[in-house]
Write a protein that binds this ligand. Sequence first.
Ligand code: SAH
Length: 230
Amino acid sequence: MIKIGIIGAMEEEITPILALFPQAQEIALGGNVFYHIAYKGAEIYVAYSKIGKVHSAITASTMILRFGCEKVIFCGVAGGLDTDLAVGDLLLGSKLCQHDVDISAFGHPLGFIPESRVFIETDENLNAIARQVALESNITLKEGIIASGDAFIHSKEKKQWIIENFGAAAVEMEGASVAVVCDSFKVPCCILRSISDSADGAADVSFDEFLDSSARIGANFVKQMIDRLV
Ligand code: SAH
């Protein structure tokens, strides 16, 4: 029986996911609530981690080590960096990096941690399923590097800095940590983000306005991926 973990960062990101599945059983653990759903012979675990790399790493680890999830999908919103990305667009993270990691004082590249890598790739099979869903549903799914860090990016300067240093298409606060956890335990991972803002001076206002609608777009997409996985 396949076990799949679905993670969001905020309650608003998992509410539309839970609405698409039948009755969920709640499991409280580690200051979080995990929703266990029996679906078409599969076991689905859904949770929101709370914002940031630490919380999302805890949730991804719990999904894998405690609940035995064999695949992890992160679904949430992000700030678009690429001029090509507009609010509501869906982005598949090809690889993830941590834009706030800096031990360059010792000659290391930005984002690099010894014994790790600057970029962590996501799973090619899950990404292929995402592309297939997009194709069959006539949804435009863009792909690119996603940069994560423990800050909400809302300035032209910082946005430009992330683009220049990491070549990222979008920025958020959890994807890279989830990717690191999954990579460490050799669990396939997929990072899907719908754009809520453009990480510029108007990002906070845009985020508040589009969080729910963008989260719904991601949720519907993930449900279609699940239907192909089970
Ligand atoms: N409004 C919330 C805080 C949101 S923080 C509150 O007051 O509690 C932004 C969340 O959305 C994070 O989970 C992050 O992953 C994602 N995100 C969307 N746009 C972002 C941006 N411009 N920079 C960083 N993270 C962003």
